[in-house]
Unconditional design. Structure first.
Ligand code: MN
Length: 424
């Protein structure tokens, strides 16, 4: 963790300017009928989960370029996640990936407590083979033609639930790589029926207070078809499984130019939005840092989420899911968590009464302008003040660099030569 003296010293340099900026923004928002302290309180209460795999350097199918001080195991990963939360105060939980993060439950819980974190959704992995695994997932897992392979994939998911129960998780996220590379390779209907049967077997064992999230993705690793290719299929799955099954929306898992915020609105309307994997993309499942390419789209997603606040049963899980190939993963995850908070704050200050009036009055220009007024507002002082209030850093990246954390852990963690770059 970062020495609190370093954080306090870094904040002391920036606090006067922040208070001045915060007061100026507060006056501006007051003229718009908004209480800046109320917005700040909502931002301060917000959290987005960190994926355990995100703190390692990612990779592409061409190469991975490891950096010094990479986490060696889940305990190093929890240290890094602890630092991210310590500085941003926006990432209180970690989402584990099994089997990558397998460890005794008591040790996981003890470590998480030490670094001030809890555990978010569990992620199963049937998109790659593990050592000593009897049956291969080369041709699929939950939808495989072979019943014993499907059973193996089901059992793995049940094991994820068991591990999750022991560490306080309340959800299982399933993403499969199943699909086909050639027209005719798989019968769409029989393949999907096999998937549904297997998913039902998992759902049947889901604890009463758990939720099951299924994640769609239109291509990769299968490049002609995937079994759970889009939100429509995902919705059908959630409907088939039952009340505790929900759709997970990964922002990078759609066709180019798809209106994701509208998908979000539809899933909310029918009570099936389970949560998000936040990232950004230019072309496909790029797994770039959240808000780095299209922050307006992120804002539009949050606009739908804020509009739905208070809907009974509405409680989507928020997680980052990115691949960091050219940056320090801790810096990227801190920046991305702040981008998510920014989109949330911008959505919070949209004048929804005025917006609804313009919509109903068919004033397209003023409706668009009213919505965009939220996006155009620089809410950074709100985010920074929320961090300062809760003991975080006004400027997390600068403070992290000043603290020299990466150099310190590089001395303690031997360099990695290979390792998994798998990101879903
Ligand atoms: Mn994902």
């Amino acid at each position: 963790m970062i020495d609190s003296d370093v954080i306090e010293a870094a904040n002391a340099e920036r606090e006067a300017a922040l208070r001045s900026d915060y007061d100026a923004l507060g006056a501006q928002l007051a003229r718009r009928g908004l209480d800046i302290d109320a917005v700040r309180a909502k931002v301060a209460a917000y959290g987005v989960a960190i994926p355990s795999w995100g703190v390692g350097t990612g990779g592409t199918r061409f190469a991975r370029f490891p950096a010094p001080g990479e986490p060696r195991d889940i305990f190093d990963k929890l240290d890094d996640c602890g630092v991210i939360h310590q500085l941003t105060r926006a990432t209180p939980s970690v989402s584990l990936h099994i089997p990558w993060d397998k460890a005794p439950a008591e040790d996981l819980k003890a470590k998480a407590k030490t670094v001030g974190l809890t555990f978010d959704a569990m992620n199963s992995n049937t998109f790659q083979d593990q050592p000593q695994q009897p049956r291969s997932y080369k041709f699929g897992s939950l939808s495989h033609t072979d019943a014993a392979t499907r059973r193996q994939a089901v059992e793995h998911n049940l094991e994820c639930i068991e591990i999750g129960r022991a560490i306080g998780s309340k959800a299982l996220t399933i993403w499969i790589g199943d699909g086909s590379n050639f027209p005719g390779q798989a019968d769409f209907t029989r393949q999907f029926d096999r998937y549904l049967d297997a998913a039902k077997a998992i759902y049947a064992e889901l604890p009463d207070d758990w939720r099951l999230f299924t994640e769609h993705k239109m291509y990769e690793p299968a490049f002609y078809s995937t079994v759970v290719q889009d939100w429509g299929t995902n919705y059908l799955i959630a409907q088939e499984l039952g009340d505790r099954a929900f759709c997970l929306v990964d922002l990078g898992h759609h066709a180019p130019n798809v209106n994701i915020e509208m998908i979000v609105a539809r899933l909310i309307r029918f009570g099936k939005l389970g949560g998000f994997h936040f990232n950004d993309s230019k072309y496909g499942d790029d797994d770039l840092d959240t808000g780095s390419i299209d922050p307006f789209r992120l804002f539009l997603v949050f606009n739908e989420l804020v509009a739905a606040e208070g809907t009974p049963g509405f409680d989507p899980a928020h997680m980052l899911d990115q691949s960091h190939n050219v940056t320090d993963p801790i810096e990227s995850l801190m920046s991305s968590a702040m981008e998510v908070c920014r989109a949330y704050a911008q959505a919070l200050i949209v004048d929804r009464t005025a917006l609804a009036g313009y919509q109903d009055g068919n004033d397209a220009l003023m409706a668009a302008a009213t919505l965009k007024a939220g996006f155009r507002t620089d809410v950074e002082p709100i985010l920074a003040m929320a961090r300062l209030d809760s003991g975080g850093a006004i400027d997390p990246v600068a403070t992290y660099r000043q603290a020299g954390y990466r150099a310190k852990v590089a001395g303690e963690r031997p360099a990695m030569t290979g390792g998994s770059g798998g990101i879903v």
